[in-house]
Write a protein that binds this ligand. Structure first.
Ligand code: COA
Length: 176
């Protein structure tokens, strides 16, 4: 699949949606991502099995794997979020999403998820759904995804449930 086949030698894939830019995190840049985990709960919500504080070696290992592919999201040329995408049967799976704490609450979360979906459509054409896992108790994330048309569809790994929605433009990626 296109996403798994991306290598360091490929041109850096990037794209745009709603004035935001997604770009592959290759070569791997741990900064500014390393400074975006405000506390242990933040880390647990973004990466349930990672150590806190940020462990550069652990993340370097994760970010250099062939899959998921990792991306920075930029606004006005400044990175404000980071996420991973991987193929999941007929779906694009969104994972390890985190936003710069300084940029939270500005209304960027919904455009950010729509940007990740645009990246998924570009990199994995033909995928029908977007899936993601949410930790029980991450009410902010759950509410965010519900407002974008995601619905719960079962349990994932321990302490997490899965959500999904069509990857296409319908139903609209906005509040019902
Ligand atoms: C999840 C994340 C990307 C959302 O970005 P954000 O800018 O904080 O999101 P918003 O402020 O736009 O909030 C999204 C929605 O949740 C609501 N919300 C905010 N705080 C909330 C809280 N404590 N409880 C319930 N809902 C909350 C907001 O009101 C908003 O809904 P609304 O627009 O209908 O009011 C960001 O908080 C983050 O990086 N968190 C840490 C890592 C994480 O949880 N990743 C998600 C993994 S699935």
């Amino acid at each position: 699949m296109a996403l798994a086949a991306l290598s360091d030698r490929d041109p850096i894939p990037c794209g745009e949606a709603e004035g935001l830019v997604w770009r592959r995190n290759r070569p791997v840049a741990l900064a500014p991502l390393a400074g975006w985990f405000a506390d242990a709960q933040d880390m647990a919500f973004a990466h349930p099995f990672a150590r806190f504080p940020f462990d550069a070696e652990e993340w370097e290992e994760l970010l250099t794997r062939p899959s998921p592919a990792f991306f920075y999201a930029d606004k006005d040329g400044v990175p404000f979020a980071h996420f991973g995408l991987r193929p999941n049967d007929d779906a694009v799976h969104l994972c390890f999403l985190v936003m710069d704490p300084a940029r939270r609450g500005e209304g960027l979360a919904r455009p950010l998820v729509r940007l990740a979906a645009a990246a998924g459509r570009a990199l994995l054409p033909g995928s029908e759904r977007m899936t993601l896992n949410v930790s029980t108790g991450n009410l902010r994330a759950e509410r965010l995804y519900l407002s974008l048309g995601f619905r719960r569809n079962g349990w994932a790994e321990e302490g997490m449930f899965q959500m999904e929605r069509p990857l296409g433009l319908q139903p609209p990626w906005d509040r019902p």
